[in-house]
Design a binder for this molecule. Structure first.
Ligand code: DON
Length: 302
């Protein structure tokens, strides 16, 4: 498979569409990004790597970090985690409050904000310094020792995070946070503000393409890898998850920074970045690029 040639073809096709979509502007730090940015990188289980465009530029990974926090929580909590968070697609926007009230403080899944706040609480209870834990985990998985938080993004998430504060306080009122909402939010906002490139993310996600192991050994078990990939397929792109599965046919996780990572178990991990979003908060050009990638490589889980 000539990944490089495939990525170059996709790059040429996608560039004219980049002005479409809408850059996240709920905090000023995200609105500053160039809408014409486009990067893509793929890593495979035979050690091949290919990239195109702005694949080395770091961007705000936002909700893609929810896969890393879920992995840390599953390593420590195993199946007990599911007493506090569900495993069903939400069908609502990623920051919805209404569903949480109806469902008595048990978030639908670990990838909506409410679910990620519970997962962050678990990591905080087990590891104390959840910020250092996630940063170090991302460094280890990507092999890039200087991966770090964008502290200006984290600070403005905190300053303007009224809805996430509401969710955290709501969870606490239902007894589904062990730690103080402020501590959970501080860790969560930093996790969202992790800055990584497509190349780094495609490498970091390889454990999900390799049954839970990377070159250093096991990160999680093969069974847990199946769980995380299944959750990405059913919940990773929010209320657009059906459309994403239909078009791309791979487990994937998006973030409002415009990144999406998708995994073909046993074969590859691919990351795309294009900041213009669709109405569900997923990268518009990124979704198209992954659809083309699945078509041109002839690879999907179906
Ligand atoms: O907490 C938030 O709402 C954002 N910092 C992250 C949301 C996000 O990336 C959802 N993704 N599509």
């Amino acid at each position: 498979m000539d990944y490089q040639q495939i990525l170059e073809q996709i790059h040429a096709e996608i560039v004219p569409t980049l002005p479409q979509g809408r850059i996240a502007d709920y905090i000023p730090q995200l609105a500053h990004v160039n809408q014409r940015s486009f990067g893509m990188a793929v890593c495979d289980t035979q050690g091949r790597f290919a990239s195109v465009g702005d694949a080395d530029e770091r961007f705000s990974i936002q909700s893609i970090s929810k896969v890393f926090t879920l992995t840390l929580a599953m390593q420590r909590e195993g199946e007990r985690l599911w007493q506090r968070v569900g495993r069903e697609p939400s069908g609502t926007s990623f920051n919805s409050l209404v569903q949480l009230e109806f469902e008595l403080g048990i978030p639908r899944n670990p990838f909506i904000n409410a679910g990620a706040l519970v997962v962050t609480d678990v990591v905080l209870s087990h590891l104390g310094d959840a910020k250092a834990a996630l940063r170090d985990f991302a460094r280890r998985l990507s092999g890039a020792a200087d991966v770090d938080y964008d502290y200006s993004v984290a600070a403005s998430e905190a300053r303007l995070g009224y809805r996430n504060s509401a969710l955290a306080n709501f969870l606490k009122s239902f007894g589904n946070l062990e730690n103080h909402p402020e501590a959970v939010l501080d860790a969560y906002f930093h996790h969202c503000a992790l800055a990584m490139s497509c190349g780094e993310l495609s490498r970091a996600f390889m454990y999900l393409a390799r049954h839970g192991s990377n070159s250093d050994g096991a990160v999680i078990t093969p069974g847990q890898t199946k769980y995380i990939n299944s959750l990405m397929l059913t919940c990773g792109t929010y209320d657009a998850v059906g459309d994403f599965a239909y078009r791309v046919g791979l487990p994937g996780k998006s973030g409002v920074g415009g990144g999406i990572v998708a995994v073909m178990p046993g074969m590859f991990s691919v990351c795309v970045w294009a900041p213009g979003l669709n109405a569900s908060g997923n990268s518009l050009a990124g979704t198209r690029a992954l659809e083309r990638f699945a078509t041109l490589t002839g690879q999907s889980i179906f």
